[in-house]
Design a protein around this ligand. Structure first.
Ligand code: TSX
Ligand code: MN
Length: 595
């Protein structure tokens, strides 16, 4: 247990409000984990998978209404609406707390209140931070045990120190004798995912789904941590971290931020196709970065596991992810095969007859309904990844040489271009986006902007976030030690066909980036930044690639970029007077270059 007075008082307060049948402090032990899993199997909430095929692994089906993050039910409750900015839902903190307290009253009746002390980042790292989550969901406990460092060891290092308080309830109290359902949750209008940036608090109600309920991840490590990072002069980013080793054995680390559906996890675990190169994974989703004494930026992965999208993960697209979830994994909303294994669309095998869908029906190919929900997940321990980096738990972090930004852009954006300066790199991050079809955004097709891939995850005004990035660059002791910034696009098309093979072949682009960070590799100045000289991206052994195709994939077309400028102006208009002058200046430079 703990002597931390703030923690004891806070737990007592919430016990009074939520009125659980009992309070249980999680120690993080193997026995505790097994007991909770056994209880969930006994109650029908979970299915134990075949011990031979998928050892130590469990299967869950969510309520059909509780399958993803709920952005319209997610709030940033700053004192002033302006501080949440135009891209967040805002609510007054006092009003929100009053409303939610009414809902929390008695919400854990008939349930256990679990107390989960957790560390985001290696325990004791000076880049790491501690949180404590209160929850009435055993599913949350067993997931948090994979995704974070959790339990008694965290209380030991917490001591009398400070923590981020995270309150979670599925919002489904049980009357005496009432039978529980397999996935308790509240209806959509009662779901609230709320953040209090000024007090660094998280209150979540009504959902059991990962992003809404595993509060260490998006709520803490991104929304609240982005606020802490601005206050304290560091970075909390929606970025993968990978280690890259060249054939001479030299190693560099890079991070990358992409909007959803760009294959971030695939890049984090990529298997290079070019001989002698190695990619190792530090993290696939979040990076926390601080300056080290040597003036370089060091990154840790605040997480300890992967909460990955299952559909279309296969031995073809991402063998390292498939091997990460070969055992000791929690699967949510995938299919369950008759022999007690899992199946999903794009797994690379035929669906066995008699497979049960995520909606708990026998799969009927004629129905047109999928086996797995498109957002079905695996929760797998990071140490099980065959490509995990030897320094992934180094408390000092790993030194970062480059930042990559990117999106899905069938036109306009070349395979890679490099920023001329930190300020230009921040401009690149601020215009990140993916082209989406008309169906996806209702009106006309266009570019959905997701600056720094942080749009749903920044805990304050996005314009102020850009300013924080600019300030951090200016605060660097030695600008030459700042990471170089690149924009990549694996998704350029010509006549409806992808120009670049992607996946493991992206190692060719990574090799070029590595060389640029070593002061090598050849780049030519263009209107948008530095683009590789033709033949400076290694293409040996790449079938179907020739100089004319490379020219197409690297081309910078002024007319396309003139259209792009108009779209950037529209995008920037949202941020009003919070848009830093430096970014208007970069946009003006681009316009001038195009004139
Ligand atoms: O993850 C992807 N990456 C990054 C890999 C390290 N995907 C999948 C995106 C959805 C999650 C990609 N899709 C990538 C990519 O680099 N590139 C593409 C587009 C593409 C798709 C199929 C082919 C080529 C490119 N097939 C053939 O060329 C045969
Ligand atoms: Mn993510």
């Amino acid at each position: 247990m703990t002597k931390n007075q703030k923690l004891i008082q806070w737990v007592n307060e919430w016990k009074e409000i939520c009125q659980p049948d009992s309070v249980y402090w999680c120690d993080g032990s193997e026995e505790e984990n097994q007991r909770l899993l056994d209880e969930m199997v006994a109650s029908g909430a979970a299915v134990k998978l075949n011990e031979k095929l998928r050892p130590g692994s469990y299967y869950f089906q969510s309520d059909p209404s509780d399958v993803a993050r709920v952005e319209d039910r997610t709030f940033i409750c700053s004192a002033k609406k302006e501080d949440a900015g135009p891209t967040n839902n805002w609510a007054d903190p006092a009003e929100m707390k009053a409303k939610m307290l009414e809902m929390y009253k008695g919400c854990m009746k008939g349930r256990t209140m679990y107390i989960i002390p957790f560390s985001m980042g290696p325990i004791g790292s000076n880049i790491a931070h501690i949180g404590v989550e209160i929850t009435d969901s055993a599913y949350v406990v067993v997931n948090m045990r994979i995704m974070t460092r959790m339990g008694k060891k965290v209380l030991d290092v917490l001591g009398e120190g400070d923590f981020v308080p995270c309150v979670h309830s599925v919002g489904a109290p049980l009357a005496p004798g009432q039978q529980d359902v397999k996935w308790p949750c509240a209806p959509i209008e009662k779901k609230y995912i709320t953040h209090f940036p000024e007090t660094h608090e998280i209150w979540s109600f009504g959902s059991g789904y990962g992003g809404n309920a595993l509060l260490g991840k998006k709520c803490f490590a991104l929304r609240i941590a982005s606020v802490m990072a601005k206050e304290q002069g560091w970075l909390a980013e929606h970025m993968l971290i990978l280690g890259l080793t060249n054939p001479r054995g030299e190693k560099k680390y890079v991070t990358a931020a992409f909007p959803s559906a760009c294959g971030k996890t695939n890049l984090a675990m990529l298997i290079p196709t070019i001989p002698g190169w190695k990619v190792e994974c530090v993290g696939d989703d979040i990076a926390w970065m601080k300056f080290g004494a040597d003036g370089r930026l060091y990154a840790i992965n605040p997480e300890a596991g992967f909460f990955g999208v299952a559909p279309f993960t296969s031995m073809e697209t991402n063998p390292n992810a498939m091997l990460s979830c070969r055992a000791n994994t929690i699967f949510t909303n995938v299919g369950l095969t008759p022999d007690g294994d899992v199946w999903w669309e794009g797994i690379g095998t035929e669906c066995p007859e008699g497979t049960i869908t995520w909606k708990n029906k026998v799969y009927d190919p004629a129905s047109g309904e999928p086996v797995a929900h498109p957002n079905a997940r695996f929760t797998a321990p990071a140490y099980q990844c065959p490509a995990i980096d030897s320094d992934w738990e180094n408390p000092a972090g790993v030194p970062i040489s480059a930042f990559l930004f990117g999106g899905r852009r069938p036109s306009t954006v070349p395979l890679i271009h490099e920023a001329r300066s930190w300020q230009h790199g921040v401009f690149m991050g601020s215009i990140v986006g993916s082209e989406v079809t008309a169906a996806a955004i209702g009106l006309k097709a266009g570019v959905r902007r997701d600056p720094f891939a942080m749009l749903p995850f920044c805990g304050y005004h996005m314009g102020d976030y850009f300013a924080h990035w600019l300030k951090l660059g200016k605060a660097a002791k030695d600008a030459a030690k700042l990471p170089k910034i690149f924009y990549v696009n694996w998704f350029r098309k010509d006549n409806g066909k992808f120009l670049w093979p992607g996946y493991g072949e992206n190692s060719r682009v990574l090799a070029y980036i590595f060389d640029r960070c070593n002061g090598q590799g050849e780049a030519v100045e263009t209107v948008i930044g530095k683009v590789p000289a033709v033949n400076s991206i290694p293409t040996e052994g790449l079938e179907g690639m020739d100089t004319s195709k490379m020219e197409k994939v690297l081309a910078v077309n002024k007319e396309e970029w003139k259209d792009e400028v108009a779209l950037i102006e529209e995008h920037y208009a949202r941020f009003g007077n919070h848009l830093p002058a430096e970014l208007s200046e970069e946009l003006a430079i681009l316009k001038k270059n195009l004139a």
